[in-house]
Design a binder for this molecule. Structure first.
Ligand SMILES: C[S@@+](CC[C@H](N)C(=O)[O-])C[C@H]1O[C@@H](n2cnc3c(N)ncnc32)[C@H](O)[C@@H]1O
Length: 575
């Protein structure tokens, strides 16, 4: 079943994904950018510093975890990898970069294990570490299985003093073997190319405008290329058979190891050579329609303001792999979110409908969305509870309401029982995963940069009049609940009245005592459209797990998810 899995992908892969189960892996790990990525939610009435969440950390240090990864790598049964890691250890010492690389190396080994023999893997990274990652990928997948280094233009411009503006990412494409799925992706021709080389034979149908001696070269030859082919003798005209490379590019065939006669036969069989009675030469003839084009290349670079220059479309060059602009409708507010377009390219090129796609660093679920749209099965893994809840809410329930959890997909790793919730609260106190999960689960926007914002773990957007957005404040308690906690929430909700209208929600892992419920009730109720709503509400984790949500007028979980998020950058000081 399609699976969304919460947790560190290394143990999750080991425990949940069997050998040779996956057809295609796309991974977009943190880039060693030495930045933490903030999700900044923006909406009218909500200041960015009121709703920040460090979605995931991208900072590496040489610590006990790095040392244990280095030790564990010594036991991996891929000698080239062990040797390479040890060489890197010598060269890079116990640096943040080595910490990052040993972490990645262990995951590459698991990815290789879960891939089917005909599977492919795409590793998305950037020039900060792509050179080291490529060496590791060579060691794990073998240099002969390296297929492409794709350069993807990730932004319009990026001013940097004293160097070229860094605007590209790298996507390394490897396969597990030589026998892999490849659907021969193509790109549309440029309009100028078509104008130069084709004539419009009829409405929308273009034929090559060069005929004549295009299949021969001047001068005679003694070998096969000088011999007659299908009744045409080149030697008699002082020429020899020589199919130009340009033609192969155009028809998208690699004629490796073929003789000239075999090449002519191949072109003939494919319908690119016509022989008319009485003609002096066979004619190379190619008909194209809009949408056809040469084999797709390894540079994916949207060029703004080139609309109308691509044959048969009104789009600009590579518009389908355009980076996400700050206001892009596709944005979910998750840092480092990738456009659907690049995932669609990858999935279309390297898998078939029904295939299983894995993204072990799935973020806000771009791969899941693309796989679902393209009728592939999927597994997404992420270590951030917020990412998992965001995917559930926006990518699954929001985008595919007909899909049913438990039937069409499953979500695992986040608590489903009160015992599980207790375990999460106990184990993960540092990263506040429990608070983030609780707020996300009730359609709220988590806030972990509290600062002056004391007592507010998040805000739930609602639209009491159907239009204006207001934010109920949320406080999450995983320890023992004190009477003061309820009173504090009432006063915070009051303090924030302009935005909260006095609404506050207390989520508690432990049962509140009856006096606390009475305290909450003392905050009063308010009426909207004939319904009365309690201003301050207590929701237990147990109730939340059963699907209960705070009773607020017209909660709108989509608020704040459509705008710019934190920004990734390169960082040169890692060694
Ligand atoms: C660069 S983002 C991926 C963005 C994603 N491609 C998208 O379009 O939304 C990297 C993700 O990896 C997750 N992550 C980092 N370390 C992880 C680990 N050890 N296991 C699972 N996920 C991890 C982070 O939480 C983050 O969501």
């Amino acid at each position: 079943m399609n699976s969304l899995l919460y947790g560190d992908n290394l143990p999750v892969l080991r425990e949940k994904v069997p050998d040779e189960a996956v057809d295609l892996v796309y991974l977009d790990p943190p880039f060693n950018s030495d930045l933490n990525y903030n999700v900044l939610f923006t909406a009218d009435g909500l200041h960015s510093d009121e709703a920040q969440l460090t979605a995931f950390k991208d900072t590496w240090t040489w610590d006990a975890a790095a040392q244990s990864a280095l030790d564990e790598l010594q036991t991996v049964r891929i000698p080239t990898l062990v040797n390479l890691v040890n060489a890197l250890h010598l060269g890079l010492a116990r640096s943040p970069m080595l910490a990052y690389l040993v972490n990645m190396a262990l995951r590459m080994v698991e990815i290789r294990r879960v891939l089917k023999p005909a599977g492919s893997v795409y590793l998305h990274c950037d020039p900060t570490a792509s050179h080291y990652l490529k060496m590791l990928m060579d060691a794990v997948f073998w240099p002969t299985n390296f297929r492409s280094e794709i350069v993807w233009r990730r932004t319009g411009s990026h001013n940097k003093a004293r160097r070229w503006a860094p605007i590209h990412d790298i996507i390394l494409f490897y396969t597990k073997s030589d026998d892999y799925t490849w659907n021969h992706p193509r790109r549309p021709y440029m309009l100028g190319h078509v104008k130069e080389n084709f004539v419009e034979a009829s409405q929308g149908v273009y034929k090559t405008n060069y005929y004549g001696n295009v299949l021969t070269g001047s001068g005679t030859r003694n070998g096969e290329s000088g011999k007659p082919w299908r009744g045409f003798n080149p030697t008699a005209k002082g020429r020899h058979w020589a199919v130009p490379g340009k033609i192969w590019e155009e028809v998208g065939i690699e004629p490796k190891g073929l003789t000239q006669h075999q090449k002519l036969d191949l072109l003939y069989e494919k319908g690119f050579v016509t022989i008319n009675e009485g003609d002096a030469w066979p004619l190379y003839e190619r008909t194209i329609m809009p949408g056809e084009g040469p084999a797709a290349s390894d540079i994916w670079a949207f060029q703004p303001y080139t609309e109308g220059t691509v044959f048969g479309t009104t789009a600009g060059i590579d518009a389908d792999v355009r980076w996400l602009s700050p206001q892009d409708a596709e944005r979910l507010g998750y840092p480092t979110q990738k456009p659907l377009g690049i995932l669609k390219h990858i999935i279309n090129a390297s898998s078939r409908p029904g295939d299983l796609i894995l993204d072990p660093f799935c973020g806000c679920g771009t791969t899941i969305a693309a796989a679902q749209i393209l009728a592939r099965r999927w597994i997404g893994i992420d270590i951030s509870p917020f990412a998992i809840e965001l995917i559930r809410r926006q990518r699954l329930e929001g985008a595919f309401p007909h899909l049913k959890v438990g039937v069409d997909y499953k979500i695992e790793g986040l608590p489903t029982t009160i015992e599980g919730a207790r375990m999460m609260a106990e184990q993960d106190r540092d990263r506040k995963a429990f608070e983030i999960w609780s707020v996300s689960k009730i359609d709220g926007i988590p806030n972990d940069k509290r600062g002056a914002d004391k007592g507010i773990d998040g805000r739930i957007p609602f639209r009491p009049d159907g239009k204006t957005v207001r934010f109920a404040v949320v406080s999450v308690k995983s320890g023992k609940l004190k009477p003061d906690d309820v009173r504090a929430l009432i006063s915070v909700a009051k303090r924030e009245e302009a935005s909260s209208l006095g609404f506050g929600v207390l989520v508690t892992l432990n049962e509140p005592r009856s006096g606390m419920k009475a305290d909450a009730a003392s905050a009063g109720t308010v009426e909207f459209h004939g319904n009365r709503y309690p201003l301050v509400q207590i929701l237990t984790t147990e109730e939340m797990l059963k699907g209960k949500k705070p009773n607020l007028p017209y909660v709108d979980p989509t608020v704040g998810f459509g705008k710019k998020s934190g920004h990734a950058d390169l960082q040169g000081d890692l060694l």
